[in-house]
Design a protein around this ligand. Structure first.
Ligand code: DX5
Length: 228
């Protein structure tokens, strides 16, 4: 049974002066979850926001929140993001000396654990932790900024990760998420390769027909690609 398609907006393009209203608008537009791009200026060359910002908008939405921790020290920060209201924490395999332990720590906090792979990191990096995650994020850009160009050579890696999940008998419980350059022109490639959670920022906010159209169009294009 193919995993359901979900739209997970990145909040990087929003007007942070009215973050609460933007979160409400995203929920109204029909997104399935909200992804907060947490950056520490060390793991990636950009700095965004801490747990207090997420906590400040938690009351504005009933949707699941996930923190994409593009940080060097995810173990030290995990509890703060769970306390802020995130149901899922995504850590980078490249930032975790003991990835297996980190994912278990996230679960011990009562949150869902997910692991992200930068473009140069092979799929094998998650081969021995698939039983500890509910999602693998295959980055389709080098992390740090929105609005970057999609890296199409990630599609074989998406297929490889999905195949590993199927081979482990986890295809009913583990999702494949993609993040970076996802939009109308690229969604068919990732969906047909096995991704089912689509992170998008620029493509959602630049649609001239508005957020709701962007969300429904992206979902429809992904579903059509899967249907073949
Ligand atoms: C990379 C960022 C972006 C953002 C979405 O670190 O996390 O991938 O979420 O970017 P665009 O604007 O390409 O959808």
């Amino acid at each position: 049974m193919p995993r359901p398609i979900e739209i997970a907006p990145s909040i990087l393009p929003v007007d942070f002066a009215k973050l609460g209203e933007e979160i409400v608008a995203l929920e109204t537009a029909g997104v399935d979850r909200i992804q907060f791009d947490v950056m520490d200026g060390q793991f990636v060359p950009n700095l965004t926001f801490g747990p207090d910002i997420i906590a400040s908008v938690r009351k504005h939405s009933s949707l699941p929140f996930e923190a994409h921790l593009m940080v060097l020290t995810p173990d030290a920060m995990a509890a703060q993001y769970v306390d802020a209201g995130c149901q899922r924490l995504i850590v980078h395999a490249e930032a975790c000396t003991h990835l297996h332990r980190t994912l278990g720590h996230i679960a011990s906090l009562g949150a869902k654990a997910a692991v992200a792979l930068n473009p140069a990191t092979p799929a094998d990096a998650v081969a021995h932790v698939l039983d500890l995650v509910d999602m693998v994020l295959v980055m389709t850009v080098n992390p740090g900024f929105g609005g970057q160009s999609y890296i199409a050579t990630m599609e074989p890696k998406i297929r490889e990760v999905r195949a590993m999940i199927v081979a482990a008998g986890l295809d009913d419980v583990v999702d494949v998420e993609v993040d970076g350059g996802i939009g109308p022109a690229t969604v068919a490639g990732v969906a047909s390769s096995g991704a089912n959670i689509l992170v998008a920022g620029t493509a959602l906010f630049r649609d001239p027909e508005g957020l709701a159209h962007a969300v429904s169009d992206l979902r429809a294009r992904a579903q059509a690609a899967i249907a073949g």
